[in-house]
Design a protein around this ligand. Structure first.
Ligand SMILES: [Zn+2]
Length: 276
């Protein structure tokens, strides 16, 4: 076991293999394939792969902190299979949502025991932070997009460690799909872009999109719908599927299949395109 400085608590400790996205998410997605393989796109090619992003990043205590702080809850309540999507079921029992944008309605979850927004926000923050704190590489050694959080990286570290509240100048939007079979067998790593004078980062797991805004000039409308800052603890309900689905499907169609995927490319595309 490697000993080094844990990226979260900053103590010198034995470090364990920490995942970028939780091991439980890989298990959830792999369960659909008899051989436990998933299609990974990398650059302009795609292949069946058992690769998982992991590196000695955190000590055992901090790994446990992430797991208990939000990972277990989020992975248990996201879309797992048809008829098993606890977050969606909970939102649908919460009365009338507020119309927010052409594609998203907001459900007030404050005061409800059915949804633990603090855990959803913590989980998402931990993924964005992991995207910022380490330069992750694919199985072929290519660097993936890093979420450049600037000073918010340290703010989030302290929040994740329980030393300070969620940053004032950050907004987290949690958006749940209304589809019965959302996002199928897909998840994404965080991607980001600069929008005028703030930054936006987003990633998706089955059935749920997470968006983080950071910067001193985030529009007030974002704070109104923020799952953390809004007094209503709003959770979004997407009229359609994840923001990522069209992009991911196009990437899969355009990518050149490699290895064993060559033979089964059509089968996989059909499987992944099978959206209701
Ligand atoms: Zn630690």
């Amino acid at each position: 076991m490697v000993t080094g400085k844990c990226a979260l608590c900053l103590f010198d400790r034995p470090l364990i293999q920490s995942h970028y996205l939780p091991a439980a998410l890989y298990r959830l997605v792999r369960n659909r394939d008899p051989e436990g393989k998933i299609v990974q796109t990398e650059g302009s090619s795609s292949a069946l792969s058992t690769f998982e992003f992991k590196t000695p990043l955190l000590c055992a205590e901090c790994e446990k902190r992430f797991s208990k702080g939000g990972e277990e809850y989020t992975l248990h309540n996201c879309y797992r299979k048809e008829g098993q999507f606890a977050l969606q079921t909970a939102l649908q029992s919460m009365g009338q949502p507020v119309h927010f944008s052409p594609s998203v309605s907001l459900y007030k979850t404050a005061g409800s025991a059915l949804i633990q927004t603090d855990k959803l926000v913590y989980f998402a923050a931990s993924v964005f932070w992991r995207s910022s704190v380490y330069l992750w590489r694919t199985s072929r050694g290519l660097f993936v997009n890093r979420s450049e959080l600037g000073p918010y990286q340290e703010n989030l570290r302290r929040y994740l460690l329980g030393e300070s509240p969620f940053p004032d100048l950050a907004v987290m939007l949690v958006n749940v799909s209304s589809r019965p079979r959302p996002m199928m067998n897909m998840f994404t790593l965080p991607v980001g872009k600069r929008i005028e004078r703030h930054h936006m980062f987003i990633f998706a797991i089955p059935g749920v999109d997470f968006t983080l805004f950071v910067g001193p000039r985030i529009p007030a409308s974002c704070f109104l719908s923020c799952t953390h800052h809004s007094p209503e603890k709003y959770v979004g309900f997407m009229d359609n599927d994840s923001y990522f689905v069209p992009t991911l499907l196009n990437r899969l169609k355009d990518a050149t299949p490699k290895g064993k995927l060559v033979k089964d490319h059509e089968v996989w595309l059909n499987k992944m395109s099978d959206l209701p």
